[in-house]
Design a protein around this ligand. Structure first.
Ligand code: KG4
Ligand code: ZN
Length: 338
């Protein structure tokens, strides 16, 4: 890999992030989270794009200072073109375009989902990068899919959710429990003190490698409504057990299809990516399959799981080597296939 220095910019949802990569080593990875969404229980698109506008200059400046480089050392600018919230993407896209123009360096568009997967090739993401072909369970607030990764830019979605994403299920069920947004990490923490077998919830019965998470959400909602009628403090008194049981169900749903795919395609290289890959029960389930099924597992370092610009810079570096540049007339796109 070349030693070029590239700036990556991510603004697809509610994190404004900038990172500097040299070769595949991250020199800096800065993010500004947007606390403004908490009180609304979810991301408010208009507020997100306004916060990106406020954050983007200080975040990019900080990434350059932290990397200890001069602006003129940057060989290209990578940016998330999609998928994501259009208003948010536009802030990063416009900024990347103007900076590329003023520094007179190439502009490189990055697909956010490819970036979650290719984050595995950052030098300190894993002790060893995955070998092609590998399976990557990509699980975030907006996406849940099993991807067959044949090469860096040759990926096939073999299964995906037919309704909610796994992260969305964590967040929506968290809302039923009156937890803050995003509830995924909170459920993970509370589950540590709970009994995962205390309650059972409905599991989807879908063919092939597809997922569904709306059923478990409804099952939890009806169960809670019924119990709260009998005991108004039911949630408070059982919160740890509820979180542990919900987490167990979601992780079992995710792992069952991943195991089926690994078995049927005879692949033992298995990775996880995206915000939900930070989940401790999912990480443990992967570890168990390494021991039980002989999987070579790839679990990215925590900071490369939720949205970050390091993964954007990584993809930009791979595209830079291939001479794949983007025209300055480009614009953001809310939908962007793998
Ligand atoms: O990849 P990401 O940062 O943003 C999207 O592209 O969606 O993923 C965010 C999602 C949220 O739904 C959040 O609740 C979930 O990832 N998440 C977790 C954990 N950490 C983040 N879900 C379960 N357990 C966690 N530890
Ligand atoms: Zn993401």
């Amino acid at each position: 890999m070349s030693d070029s220095i590239i700036l990556g910019i991510e603004s697809s949802c509610d994190d404004t992030s900038a990172a500097i990569i040299k070769g595949n080593c991250i020199l800096s990875n800065i993010a500004a989270n947007q606390a403004v969404h908490k009180e609304y229980g979810g991301v408010v698109p208009e507020l997100a794009s306004r916060a990106h506008q406020q954050n983007i200059i200080p975040v990019v400046e900080k990434s350059i200072t932290k990397a200890n480089i001069q602006q003129n050392a940057i060989s290209a600018i990578g940016f998330t073109r999609g998928p994501g919230l259009l208003g948010s993407l536009l802030v990063g896209t416009s900024f990347a375009k103007s900076l590329a123009m003023s520094l007179d360096v190439p502009l490189i568009e990055v697909n956010h989902l490819q970036a979650h997967i290719l984050a595995h090739f950052i030098d300190d993401a894993n002790p060893m990068p995955p070998k092609f072909p590998f399976l990557c369970l990509t699980v975030s607030g907006g996406h849940t899919m099993i991807v067959l990764v044949k090469d860096y830019f040759d990926m096939e979605i073999i299964g995906k959710t037919t309704d909610d994403a796994a992260g969305e299920a964590f967040d929506k069920i968290g809302k039923i429990f009156d937890l803050d947004y995003p509830a995924g990490p909170i459920i993970d923490k509370l589950a540590k003190e709970g009994n995962p077998d205390a309650f059972t919830f409905n599991k989807p019965k879908l063919e092939n490698y597809d997922y569904s998470f709306s059923g478990i959400k409804t099952s939890v909602l009806y169960f809670i409504q019924k119990e709260v009628k009998k005991n108004p403090d039911f949630i408070k008194e059982n919160l740890n057990d509820l979180c542990a049981s919900v987490q167990k169900s979601i992780i079992e749903i995710l792992m069952n299809k991943l195991e089926k795919a690994a078995k049927e395609l005879d692949i033992k290289e298995v990775a996880i990516a995206g915000g939900v890959s930070a989940n401790s029960a999912l990480r443990q389930a992967m570890q168990d399959n390494h021991e039980k099924l002989g999987w070579n597992i790839y679990i990215p370092k925590f900071e490369y799981t939720t949205d970050n610009a390091a993964m954007i810079a990584m993809v930009a570096q791979l595209k830079f080597e291939r001479g794949e540049f983007t025209d300055l007339r480009t614009t953001a796109t809310a939908k962007y296939d793998l």
